[in-house]
Design a protein around this ligand. Structure first.
Ligand SMILES: [Zn+2]
Ligand SMILES: [Zn+2]
Ligand SMILES: [Zn+2]
Length: 208
């Protein structure tokens, strides 16, 4: 057995807006509470191992607050990439996982934050983080839907759509399962464009 890969943790500091990405070993994550402080000293990420779960507390670059999440230990230590999402803006506030996946997620988040900063026009308030991406993605979803390509793992093809600031959510009308698509960057759009179908994970579908 090879040694366990260290886990990579990333977040963007709301104060200085730099990405902070570090690695921690399984041992150090489970041995004691972990605190990762931005070099500017203006924010920190914290996590504490509690046996079956990790309690994660992260600064949030998109709303400026801090968010607390509970995450099953197995996912925290083994999942390729886990993102914790801000309930207010729908953007991710931190990411934990394998190095490459976390770097990729952080690059995407940086783009979204750049876009957010570029859009600081007060007239834009309350619309979308990236209006162009949102518009294209809604069109793409309409096309996929027109081909009958949207379904839920529960078997239903009835669904509703909610449009948020930086994401689109599809809800299964039968079981309440949901699929959230990030709609902030060109990468999000490109991801959607190569899909033939969108599958909502049914509420009874255990994983996650
Ligand atoms: Zn900072
Ligand atoms: Zn937030
Ligand atoms: Zn369903």
């Amino acid at each position: 057995m090879s040694a366990e890969q260290p886990r990579t943790i990333g977040f963007i500091c709301p104060k200085c807006r730099q990405s902070v990405i570090v690695e921690r070993s399984f041992f150090s994550l489970t041995a004691a509470p972990t605190r990762i402080v931005c070099p500017c000293g203006g924010s920190y990420f914290q996590t504490e191992y509690q046996g079956d779960r990790f309690v994660v507390e992260a600064p949030c670059v998109s709303c400026g607050g801090r968010h607390i999440a509970h995450c099953p230990s197995d996912a925290f230590l083994h999942q390729k990439a886990l993102s914790f999402t801000c309930g207010k803006t729908g953007l991710d506030c931190c990411c934990v996982g394998e190095r490459e996946d976390v770097y990729r997620a952080m690059r995407r988040l940086e783009q979204a934050v750049d876009q957010m900063d570029a859009d600081k026009d007060p007239e834009q308030e309350g619309t979308f983080l990236n209006g162009l991406v949102m518009e294209e993605m809604l069109g793409e979803i309409r096309d996929i839907a027109a081909r009958g390509g949207v379904r839920c793992t529960c078997g239903s093809k009835q669904w509703t759509l909610q449009v948020r600031y930086s994401s689109i959510q599809l809800d299964c009308a039968r079981c309440g399962g949901m699929l959230r698509l990030s709609a902030a960057t060109m990468d999000d759009l490109n991801d959607l464009c190569c899909k033939d179908e969108l599958v909502i994970r049914g509420a009874a579908d255990g994983t996650r």
